[in-house]
Write a protein that binds this ligand. Sequence first.
Ligand SMILES: Cc1ncc(COP(=O)(O)O)c(C=O)c1O
Length: 489
Amino acid sequence: MKTRAGAILSSIWIDRSLDRKISVQLYMGLRDIILSGGLKGGERLPATRTLAGETGVSRTTVIDAVSRLVAEGLLESRIGSGTFVSQTMTDRIPDRPQASLGTGTRLSRLSPSKKRAVEQFADRRRLPHKSQAFVTALPALNSFPAAQWARLSARHWRSDRDEIMGYGNPHGLTRLRAAISAHLNASRGIQCDPEQIFIVNGAQHAFSLIASTLLRPGEKVWFENPGAIGARNAFISHGAELVPVRVDDSGLDVADGLIKAPDFALAFVTPSHQQPLGRIMSLSRRLSLLEAAENADALIVEDDYDGDFYFGDQPLPTLKSIDTQNRVIYVGTFSKTLFPSLRLGFFVAPTGMVDSMSTLFSSALSGIPTWSQGIVADFMEEGHFATHIRTMRQLYRKRHEVLHHSSENLGDHLHIERASAGFHTIGLFRQPRDENAFVDAAQRVGIALAPIGRYCLTPIDRRGIVIGYGATNSREITQGMQALSGLFK
Ligand SMILES: Cc1ncc(COP(=O)(O)O)c(C=O)c1O
């Protein structure tokens, strides 16, 4: 059996390809182990023959290295009993501070706003991210045309190497910006120049950039309550003061915002499909919000995360498309239309902001991977993107119907709202009930749910759950609803 010292010494790595002599490599390896406390004062070293075997070097080399350490006083040779780590020397080695990932000087060096944010983010649980009933935020990954993507990807890697392997445009691939601009024009009623489009590492990256470049610490941000968790955290971490604004059936309640903070600097909204309540902001609310922003000289962030999947009668115009004042920053993501691991999103900057954003992107930011942008650009240019969206819209409409049909016997306990976009809706408890306890019980029977409370900055009256139906098939939806029904009994 190996001795403790033997096991520790076997971690010494001898590299024969190096110029450095092997005895020096062994000497340095032994010295580091002693100095880092791997071998303690008074501990006996294995015999030189054993050491030679452990490290795969000759005995003469070991004797060389050990003699040097004895000469330096880190080891002591005791005739007749062997070689020991020197107690007197190791006593003088200062203790290494206990490595800690969470506390200590690093935390105290955080800026005040980041420190506040870290304290506020004490609950680091993440919502589940696996395709199953009723996970939220995940699209139908199993329906993604992976073979087609693989073909485009293989073709991409056969193109011109300078083009695909060099440094790309920090603002984003020109072809992709043009394809996005065409898509926004055709599908979201937004007319913008490709120069206004900045490609980022997902919508979350856009929120963070917007908060860090356009807000001063302490400035007020109207935030939907309940609202999007990731965006909320991005604004908090950049020191914004979030003002929880009520959400009703028509979306963000502008009057409530005006009472709480008429001097707001920015409003964050999800008008096409409120996150998480699923409501669509009415046209009159959209116009009131634009007017309020104009009066306060504020900006609006329109997060259109799943607006492509509208399956109601007639979609309302995006805020950006009716923004005559150039105040709306439109944020889009490929996490829902394609898949989240791409980490690809974009924002459309108001024209007045393009120059300064452009300078920042080209001077201080170095862009995001261009190869994935290239494949997405091909996917869009060749029409696969539009086809995929059409197919998914039908699929989500169908899954939404299945959800409603299979929830009929839950009616006494849970009111499931009808959605007309995206792939999540909410279920409101008909009787008072603890959301978290219900979500935990559902998890125990294999159902992933999110409590509405997780999305709230301040508590609201509505109690219930967010139900995703994007990443779960019809059979799983039906079985999931039966399982939920069992939890109410
Ligand atoms: C409201 C909202 N916006 C945007 C996103 C997409 O973020 P990202 O593009 O960083 O994946 C999500 C993801 O779940 C979301 O819930």
